[in-house]
Design a protein around this ligand. Sequence first.
Ligand code: PRP
Ligand code: MN
Ligand code: MG
Length: 187
Amino acid sequence: SSHISDDLAAILVTEEQLASKTAELARQIEADYADAVEPDAKPPLLVGVLKGAVMVMADLARELRIHVEMDWMAVSSYGAGTKSSGVVRILKDLDSDLHGRHVLIVEDIIDSGLTLSWLRENLEARGAASVEICAMLRKPDAAKVEVDVKYIGFDIPNDFVVGYGLDFAERYRNLKDVAVLAKHIYE
Ligand code: PRP
Ligand code: MN
Ligand code: MG
């Protein structure tokens, strides 16, 4: 149908809840990096994982009152067919040199955890001073590997969720809320 809301079963996390959580996370990040980064060092580098992290990155970055730089990666977690294979390919790499940098990976969601566990190791191997993770959503029941996340927004049930960057077949990313997709859309 033509209106997005017709495709949704329920709103899971509202725009307001996302905004207040983002502010909360930003205060923690400001405090942590004020201590970690020497005054004359380069500011923390926020690494957004395309495409899902675009909304979180845009909101979190604007909420931060410290200097940061932003860079982007695109990865494909589709290995030999299944999304959960753990095979990750870099489709677009960072422009920045990570040597000595404090890196904060910004993600929309941790599902199986395979993308982030691979990505953290990959970025650590480039000589970063630190690599931490900020993810707005996490599905504990879908975890295949444990990911050590320093900044987490909401733990959510293992439902098919869309919005705020999360897609189904590339649609729904533009929803302001996180919503559960109606069954008739994907069945
Ligand atoms: C989604 C999501 C995370 C990843 C989480 O990205 O945005 O990046 O999957 O899944 P995992 O924990 O099981 O690895 P996707 O690969 O769909 O690409 P997209 O961000 O472009 O939608
Ligand atoms: Mn993604
Ligand atoms: Mg996706």
